[in-house]
Design a protein. Structure first.
Length: 63
């Protein structure tokens, strides 16, 4: 059980590092008005969803 928690933690760290580089893809919507900024990461969400789906598919296939 402890190994699973360590694996989940490492995966979360890797995803966080990747998101810091991928967070500003073309197609993401940003509204800036005065001191307010609203950010909708639509394309980033789609890319992350596809990558996680592929990883989980491969994990289940070779299990």
């Amino acid at each position: 059980m402890g190994k699973i928690f360590i694996l989940i933690g490492v995966v979360c760290i890797i995803i966080g590092i990747i998101m810091s580089f991928v967070g500003k893809l073309p197609g993401d919507i940003v509204f800036k008005k005065g001191n307010t900024t609203v950010y909708f990461p639509i394309v980033t969400s789609i890319v992350v969803s596809i990558v996680l789906s592929l990883i989980l598919f491969l994990f289940n296939k070779f299990r």
